[in-house]
Design a protein around this ligand. Sequence first.
Ligand SMILES: [Cu+2]
Length: 136
Amino acid sequence: MAMMQGSFRAVALTVTLIAGLVYVAQSTADPSGPIHWYIPKAVNKPPYANGTAMVGDSVMYTWKGFFHGVVLSTSSNCTDKAAHMQVPGGMDATAGNATVTFKEPGTFYVLCPVGQHCSEGQIQRWDVTSPLSAEG
Ligand SMILES: [Cu+2]
């Protein structure tokens, strides 16, 4: 019985790892164009693809007709409000154009702070590099 439970855990872990790889393998988000801001789960769309950007890059999120907001976070934990940084235009509203500007290198998350939207997939990871590190 203990062996069977171990096997089940191994299979579950493998499935989780494969799902993670598929997510990473998605195309890189384009930081140049406005990003339509929605809850992927609610509109039957895949999770937001990870993005890469350089320090100084800005990316705009737009939405209309649904109540959303935009914050930048250093944490993927949706409820870690202490890590949320306000961005211009990102106030919770039924329409908006929020502009996120990456000011330092690192891993950041753009997420919606409204209700359960973030945990339902309204979150996007960005890996930000500095121009200096890209050269060296
Ligand atoms: Cu939202």
